[in-house]
Design a protein around this ligand. Structure first.
Ligand code: ATP
Ligand code: MG
Length: 415
């Protein structure tokens, strides 16, 4: 016997309720983002490897060990996108959209990271993200975080999360802090994990994000970023916090929050939950003022976030029952074409309708129940002569005679 084909490790088929949860998250976020003026954008799921290497940072987990990179048949180095920001900014630059700032863009789709699969951690997973480009004002950060808050609220998961925020300061503050970290960690160099020894040389801030126990013990006494922020940076952060207070958005300041990507400055934030084990971050983002110029575009401030659709789906309360169809049941061959016409008329009204093709009336009614139909419409020889149909309410069992020509109006009003 041929071996059964399996989905690749860390991937998942989206079927039934799983698919509906997914679609519900996207639909909800898009509707809310629309009210903030966001426009949808779709970019390729693979890009030249340089798009990610140059932006996400060589010392990040993503570039270091998670990218799906390969040479295509023409010898081009390409990578399946591990996140959405780099590709979106690449598209903005490639299409000359930097002439039309400010821009607010929303995307969603599959992302790829070679990780050890766990609950809420997949090799192909889905993100929905927003990018707000061209606004340096701290209230742009407030607005972006408010959008995330509103999306989580509408999905019924806000109470299950905590908003953590931090500032990574401007370039000057980060450089001062960087030096302080190097001075602090260098004497302990040999006690650091191998990854963190590498980070110490290339990006010491990243050590703060280490999940290694030994590193964490050293991190506990490391200098605090707070003490290295210059005036511009602390004022900016204070304004963001004030803006959130004014909107009654609750948050916790987490001075250790640095985010896994290299390109952030000023505001960094995460909505975290304790319900998904180590995979606690459901929506995360930050400000990335230097990113656009680093990619060869004009100096452009920006801020954005991305939410993990699978992780949110795990938190989502049960969805309301989805649309229930109408079952049209011909009783005898003679009524079939009349029933078929009626089915098409109901579909013209956007009513989900199915016609039963085979079996006796009992069987067809059983099938109507199986597909969770709301109403069944039955037409037989007698109904054909009187031009009336039996409409059965499948919840109450109640039956009614309605003129066939009036059924569309009748059901449109009911559903
Ligand atoms: P983590 O610390 O959990 O690895 P991350 O910092 O790598 O997260 P981001 O790059 O900020 O995550 O991605 C944004 C969101 O995408 C995450 O908060 C999470 O909800 C989701 N996400 C990231 N990686 C995965 C994955 N492998 N599988 C499922 N969802 C993911
Ligand atoms: Mg990760």
């Amino acid at each position: 016997m041929t071996e059964k084909l399996q989905p690749p490790r860390g991937t998942q088929d989206l079927i039934g309720d799983e698919y509906r949860r997914h679609a519900h998250i996207i639909q909800t976020a898009q509707t809310i983002a629309h009210s903030y003026g966001y426009e949808p954008i779709a970019t390729p799921i693979f890009e030249s490897t340089a798009v990610f290497k140059r932006t996400i940072g060589e010392t990040s987990d993503i570039v270091g060990k998670e990218m799906y990179t390969f040479e295509d048949r023409g010898g081009e180095e390409v990578t399946l996108r591990p996140e959405g920001t780099a590709g979106t900014l690449r598209a903005v630059i490639s299409n000359g959209l930097t002439q039309h700032l400010p821009l607010k863009l929303i995307y969603s789709g599959p992302m790829f990271r070679y990780e050890r699969p766990q609950l809420g951690r997949r090799r192909q997973f889905h993100q929905l993200g927003v990018e707000c480009l061209g606004i340096a004002h701290p209230y742009s950060d407030v607005e972006t975080i408010a959008l995330g808050t509103q999306v989580l609220k509408a999905l019924g998961v806000l109470e299950k999360t905590t908003l953590e925020i931090n500032t990574l300061g401007d370039t000057e503050s980060r450089q001062n802090y960087r030096q302080a970290l190097i001075d602090y960690f260098t004497p302990y160099q040999n006690q650091l994990s191998k990854d963190s020894q590498d980070r110490l040389l290339r990006n010491p801030l990243r050590i703060l994000d280490s999940k290694d126990e030994g590193d964490r013990a050293l991190v506990a006494n490391a200098p605090q970023f707070e003490n290295y922020l210059n005036e511009t940076s602390s004022t900016f952060f204070a304004q963001v916090c004030q803006g959130l207070d004014a909107l009654n958005i609750s948050y916790q300041i987490n001075r250790r929050l640095v985010r896994g990507l290299d390109y952030y400055n000023h505001t960094a934030f995460e909505f975290v939950t304790t319900e998904l084990g180590a995979q606690g971050t459901v929506l995360a983002g930050g400000r990335y003022d230097g990113l656009m110029s680093q990619m060869g575009g004009p100096e452009t401030p920006g801020i954005g976030w991305a939410l993990g659709i699978e992780r949110l789906a795990l938190l989502l309360p049960a969805l309301d029952g989805h649309d229930r169809p109408i079952a049209v049941i011909p009783v005898g061959e003679a009524a079939f074409s009349c029933c078929f016409n009626l089915t098409m008329q109901l579909r013209d009204r956007q009513l989900m309708t199915d016609i039963a093709y085979s079996g006796n009336v009992g069987k067809r009614l059983k099938r109507a129940n199986k597909i969770n139909a709301r109403y069944a419409i039955m037409i037989g020889d007698e109904e054909l002569t009187t031009s009336q149909a039996i409409i059965k309410d499948l919840d109450t069992g109640e039956q009614k005679l309605v003129a066939i020509s009036e059924i569309s109006d009748y059901l449109s009003n009911l559903i």
